[in-house]
Write a protein that binds this ligand. Structure first.
Ligand code: ZN
Length: 497
């Protein structure tokens, strides 16, 4: 396989900038694209021929933010704000064992590749703190499915109930005891675990690499932030955090630090090109310029923002400030389908409810570029993935031009962004390997995966029942408190209506 040639013949190659899809053949050696030419490109003897007749070839989609651990909690929760979702973590993650970690990440990876996504940033959560075994298992899942991923362990030093000013104080005494029992693991232990995992990472980092995921700025103390900063520098890895996702967080930051969350992170020295800020909704113009100056990327996760009522991110203003804005799905408990086509469409259309000046709206080509090249840059793979071009890795999605969304084919970019729902995905090649063929994952026995998931969920059930009761008795305090907290005046407004 390393030097094997493959040639994809007869497909139409998407050119996002030109909004065209001309016929072209793509020659691949090993895991990389070596040559592209219109019809009849010569190939070395023995090259494997891939017939792409009736296929539209596009770069694999890059998902800037998900949580691979949550796929077994699919469909749980309805009218949840972000804070109610966080409050529910002990329930959505109840009974989650070591073997479930690989299983959940594998289910996530399968859903992503079936939706034309070839790389993701997975802020993988283990309660109460990450483990080397859990991280390696999550990484193994992506290796097994054949997908590219950055696995960034989600970590904190205080729980939701302690992190929002005044929330803990309004809990009844017995609920304080429950909240105390749900505290996050000590930061020093999490950092040692991450150092151990980074030092011994068993997977090929060109395919699956490790990062760090200090979850929410004010859920982590200053010492922990500085420890993450130093460890990320030492190992040259990415960090991801949820930045100003909800108004509650933005208001809390002013009360706690007298400054925005962005300014707080900058004071910890953690803002740099290796930081990918997820959501980034409640930012001021100054925050945007600071992120741009520091070279921070943002992952815009529109479905999650809508589902949790977090607000509408100012994607165009962020791009105008000079921020590299990628697109993400977020996870099954808040998104809920891990569908990058849906996320891209929402990114594009949500830019259009913010004002009447249509020149300020995202064009479909810009949205698609965010979902490909901008994602590649955010994940530290700029110049390697996100384009179909010589020298790039062979991460290629093939869409069925017989799908009704493309009949007739007038503008391939518009039709992908505004009409594709992943139903047109027929083949997906990642790193030169076909991981989806004829709309099915080739690397995983999906029937067995389904059976394993059902066994796991049945085993988790007693733990889920007990955890749900605890979570719901906390939710009646958390929900109203946070709604009141978020009703305070704040300099930025990202709600519509
Ligand atoms: Zn998230």
């Amino acid at each position: 396989m390393p030097d094997e040639f493959q040639i994809i013949r007869g497909g139409r190659l998407l050119d996002i900038d030109a909004r065209t899809a001309e016929f072209a053949d793509v020659l691949i050696k090993g895991n990389a694209i070596v040559e592209i030419a219109s019809g009849g490109l010569g190939a070395p003897e023995g090259a494997i021929e891939i017939d792409a007749a009736d296929r539209l070839l596009m770069p694999g989609l890059v998902n800037g933010h998900t949580h691979g651990n949550s796929s077994l909690a699919k469909g749980m929760g309805d009218r949840w704000t972000l804070e109610l979702l966080l409050n529910a973590h002990p329930w959505t993650g109840a009974g989650f064992t070591q073997e479930d970690k690989c299983l959940a990440a594998k289910l996530t990876a399968c859903e992503l590749v079936l939706g034309g996504c070839t790389a993701c940033l997975d802020m993988f959560a283990e309660g109460p703190a990450p483990s080397r075994e859990g991280l390696e298992a999550a990484g193994q899942a992506y290796m097994d499915v054949g997908m590219r991923a950055v696995v960034a362990p989600m970590m904190s030093t205080r729980g939701l109930w302690q992190a929002i000013p005044g929330l803990y104080d309004v809990l009844p005494e017995e609920m304080k005891t429950v909240a105390d029992g749900l505290q996050a693991g000590p930061g020093a232990t999490s950092l040692e675990t991450c150092r151990d995992a980074l030092h011994n990472w068993p997977h090929d980092p060109a395919r699956v690499k490790l990062g760090l995921g200090p979850t929410i700025p004010h859920h982590c103390d200053e010492t922990f932030w500085q420890g993450c900063r130093d460890l990320a520098r030492e190992y040259g890895v990415l960090m991801q955090t949820h930045l100003a996702e909800s108004k509650v967080q933005a208001v809390a930051s002013q009360e706690l630090y007298g400054m925005s969350l962005t300014a707080f992170l900058d004071a910890q020295g953690v803002l740099g090109p290796n930081m990918v800020a997820a959501h980034a909704i409640w930012l001021s113009t100054d925050d945007m310029h600071l992120l741009a100056d520091r070279g921070v990327s943002v992952s815009h996760n529109p479905m999650s923002n809508l589902r949790l009522g977090s607000g509408v991110a100012a994607t165009v203003a962020m791009r105008d400030a000079g921020i590299n804005v990628a697109i993400g799905t977020d996870t099954c408990t808040c998104a809920d389908a891990l569908n990058m086509f849906e996320a891209t469409r929402l990114a594009c259309t949500l830019s259009r409810v913010q004002g009447p000046d249509y020149e300020q709206w995202l064009e479909s080509a810009q949205a698609l570029e965010m979902a490909t090249e901008a994602g590649a840059k955010a994940l530290g793979w700029e110049g390697e993935i996100g384009r179909i071009a010589p020298g790039y890795k062979a991460d290629i999605v093939m869409l069925d031009l017989g799908n009704v969304s493309y009949v007739p084919l007038n503008d391939p970019v518009n039709q992908i962004v505004f009409a594709e729902n992943s139903g047109g995905v027929r083949e997906v090649m990642i790193d030169g390997r076909m991981v989806v063929e004829d709309g099915r994952v080739t690397t995983v026995d999906m029937e067995k995966l389904r059976a394993d998931v059902e066994v796991a969920v049945a085993r988790q059930e007693p733990a889920r029942v007990a955890a749900r009761e605890r979570v719901e008795s906390l939710a009646v305090h958390v929900g109203p408190f946070c709604a009141g907290f978020a009703a305070q005046d704040h300099a930025v407004n990202r709600f519509v209506g």
